[in-house]
Design a protein. Sequence first.
Length: 348
Amino acid sequence: PAGLKFLFKAAANLPGDVAGVLSKHTIMNSDPNTAFKGKLAVAKQVTWTDPIDLDKIKKLGKSISSTTLNDILIATVTGSMRRYLKTRNTPINELDLQVTIPVNVRKPGTEFELGNKFSLVFLKLPVYLEDPILRLKEVKRRMDKLKVSADPYVNFGLLSAIGFLPAAAAQKAAQFFGNKASGVLTNVPGPKKPLYFAGKEISNIMFWVPRSGTVGLGISILSYNGKVTIGIASDKGLMPDPDTLLKGFEEEFDYLIDIVQSGKINQGPLILHDRFAEKESKKETPTQEGKQTGEDMEPGQCQAFTKAGKKCRKKAAAGTVFCHTHRHYQAEGSLLNDVKQIMRDLSD
């Protein structure tokens, strides 16, 4: 079988990658039960956005660290998941929720051959990150790392091999890996030009992804004729109000546009996620300003960072190391060392 041959070939040529991916899957923790994951009911619900102009999303990508359309949409989905879980009073300070993403592994030139040739990869979504810019950069970092990994090809061979196991064993293997995630997320590039049926132009196309096991959330992204539509499929027992999640997506997307168009990306303070803020709040407040702000800080200059990840150029206000825009940091306690470390990690 082609799948088994692929797995054996990969194991012979890339033993380190194969062993690494398999061991990673084995020790990978399952996501906790939330509104997106748990025992599934029978009834399902679906909803979708109005079509969004692709050019609008691409402009955002160029304005924010050269991120791709896919990065922006996934980061925005992550933000909407964060918003939704907050409405359900779910602790989100440590949440890195996983989704499985189908990846096309079809060889070039075989696009018109019948049959599916796709793999699945796991992507952790940084739900714990509050700041949309920081979240977007972190999603990009994780996506870039995943794109150059061996995961899609090793997983393709693994999935093919599972298909030849006895039914009971195959079902257990599928549940073992599938139940580690909270959702399925797929982005399908559709036709770039309008299609017609019976002489009538098709205004839009949408689909929804199937789920199984304990995976309750399905997110489908489809581009068609210069626009993109996002669909949400949920389990009615776990998430009876998918429109709330969809509203959160629209709010996150509109906020990103506002940040870029208003120039706030170069002025607005970088909001840290709750995890760092909580850890910092447990520390004793330094009594000396030098200890609070770090040894490498320049006197007289604001020590905050903007959403673009750059140091603020404004002068510090009297009696503080922050300008008037960022002086709220003084009351909350200095988190600048954490900010610097995050920005270093994202730039690596």
